[in-house]
Design a protein around this ligand. Sequence first.
Ligand SMILES: O=c1[nH]cnc2c1ncn2[C@H]1C[C@H](O)[C@@H](CO)O1
Ligand SMILES: [Zn+2]
Length: 366
Amino acid sequence: MSATPSELIAPTRDEIRQAPKVLLHDHLDGGLRPATIIELAGEIGHELPVQDAESLGRWFAEAADSRSLVRYLETFDHTVAVMQTGDALTRVARECVEDLAADGVVYAEVRYAPEQHVSQGLTLDEVVAAVQLGFDEATEAAGGRIVVRQLLTAMRHQARSMEIAHLAVAWRDRGVAGFDIAGAEAGYPPTRHLDAFEYLQRENSHFTIHAGEAFGLPSIWQAIQWCGADRLGHGVRIIDDITVADDGTVTLGGLASYVRDKRIPLEMCPSSNVQTGAADSVAEHPIGLLTDLRFRVTVNTDNRLMSQTSMTDEMAKLVEGFGYTLTDLRWFTINAMKSAFLPFDERLAIIDSVIKPGYAALGESR
Ligand SMILES: O=c1[nH]cnc2c1ncn2[C@H]1C[C@H](O)[C@@H](CO)O1
Ligand SMILES: [Zn+2]
């Protein structure tokens, strides 16, 4: 069978932007517009390293470009500082959805840690409500072009995961689709929060765990085999359990086999991984091999501000690095939608009525 043109021709940036995209791993406090940070900081007297929006955007990218997750995470001090009131949270949430919709994202799960937004007196409940208000306002304004859900994150070095898990369950029918843990990985294994994960499992809830980013296989193994994670945030170090011989023969270890066999979704964030040192470049990112081996790979932004990126940018970089076509981008997108923490019928509806027609309109119809 001869290849169709879309299988041979690299999609243009404009085609990638138009194509429906699904985002499962995006931090609310990692995606603020620089101009918004400056305005909000001015209102509360928070001192920023630089004063104009363009330099601030550059500052975040350069400071995050540290080859160290711990140093990368220090940049969040400034974004979290300006997200301490209901109005600020609602604004940031609204702008996040506006930016994602303008980028052609049709479904997004956006995460943040409610416990980091209570320093000026908001309750955890008020934090979630303020974010939801922003999401609701923006999705309504977008006229149904985008569906957005919250994921509530607990910080792995803190001890509030059980509270946050309860919060996620309490908000499950009001816009919260799941739970996550994030923050410095080395020294803070997922099993530290085992009680929260066991509680969520008993509640039939969904959760993902940042694992296999700044620490290797033991973290992934714990996340899956002890904690029962539905998905892996990054999971890029699963590559350590795969060997490729000189003749090209690939051997999967027990954990890598399990992850692939069980179709455990990998929330891969190429640009972020280059900044934290988890990968040397996007073109050398393990996403290439993992895609070839048909792991359940998804493409994500992680932190649009710190990486100065978008879903279109991440996909464009992968197209450049690996020669991916619209067929591949559609595969990533359907993988992501299948892996969403949304009820099955709603996932299917978006695949059938939004994603497939969207790619077909661009000439990708298989
Ligand atoms: O890539 C990441 N790995 C671990 N933690 C992260 C990453 N990106 C953001 N975070 C942290 C910093 C944020 O303040 C927190 C909640 O979104 O999650
Ligand atoms: Zn992340």
